[in-house]
Design a protein around this ligand. Structure first.
Ligand code: ATP
Ligand code: MG
Length: 251
């Protein structure tokens, strides 16, 4: 479904794009995600995860290399498959329009993508799907808890029946118990919906629960890509370090 080949990306230090003044962010990044697979992109803050997600979403261009979705350039695929790729960001507060009611937020992407079922039916069934009580549909974002608002954002993301979902730190800014609930919801959606997913996180435990494969990004480079079931056999120093931290924490 997604094929990333030798992608390089840099940003200019000063805002002026002289080559020598550029900071490399992604360095020869290659990986692929097969249809139906959930892949995690794990790395420390600043390792280039969100940059990579913006390239996948066609929001920015790579300096070189290619990002293909079903064999087509990501930006072209996005144009031809409106509503088929959705994204949920970490910052659920700014990603929902404060002047919109819950029902309008959920409806937003679906309307843009040209949905044709009645608004009522779609919003209510989506609210049920993400475990939101129907009585909050006329509330504004500031009248919701963090967990509820992130559920609203997830409902909006799946409203267009996307085939590809990007979750960029979608649970990171929630309280731990709420994180667990949202992860459970995502686990349930993974089983129910036909989705391919790029799940970005820095927490190994979270991704191991949800994803089929894990891609480790360290300082803009992919240091390992491994199926979750073989995680204990990870070879790279970076993956081992993260793994040890989890084990130490558990003991
Ligand atoms: N538009 C930009 N202009 C200049 N530098 C940028 C830009 N976007 C990102 N960077 C830099 O690129 C590097 C990678 O940033 P990115 O946001 O991709 O990291 P991340 O892995 O998502 O981190 P986090 O876990 O904190 O979200 C950082 O050093 C950041 O400062
Ligand atoms: Mg990020």
């Amino acid at each position: 479904m997604l094929e990333v080949k030798s992608v390089y990306k840099s940003y200019s230090k000063t805002g002026i794009s002289f080559r020598r003044g550029r900071v490399p962010v992604l360095d020869d990044v290659s990986f692929q995600i097969n249809t139906g697979e959930w892949a995690a992109l794990v790395g420390e803050s600043g390792s280039g995860k969100s940059t990579l997600s913006r390239l996948v979403l066609g929001l920015e261009k790579a300096d070189s290399g290619s990002l293909l979705l079903e064999g087509k350039d990501a930006a072209v695929w996005m144009k031809e498959n409106r509503g088929q790729m959705s994204v949920v960001f970490q910052d659920y507060i700014t990603s929902a329009n404060p002047a919109f009611k819950v029902k309008d937020i959920i409806h937003e992407s679906w309307k843009t993508a040209g949905g044709n079922k009645s608004i009522h039916e779609t919003v209510e069934s989506l609210m049920r799907k993400v475990g939101l009580p129907l009585e909050i549909k006329n509330r504004y974002p500031h009248e919701l808890s963090g967990g509820q608002l992130q559920r609203v954002c997830i409902a909006r993301a799946i409203s267009t029946s996307p085939r590809f979902l990007v979750l960029d730190e979608a649970v990171s800014s929630l309280d731990v118990p709420v994180q667990a609930q949202i992860l459970q919801l995502l686990h349930q959606l993974k089983a129910e919906l036909d989705l391919t997913c790029l799940f970005i996180a820095h927490d190994l435990q979270t991704v191991a629960y949800l994803c089929d494969q894990i891609i480790f990004l360290n300082d803009g480079k992919i240091v390992e890509q491994i199926e979750t079931k073989y995680l204990a056999n990870a070879q790279s120093a970076y993956a081992k370090r993260l793994l040890e931290a989890v084990i130490r924490f558990k003991v």
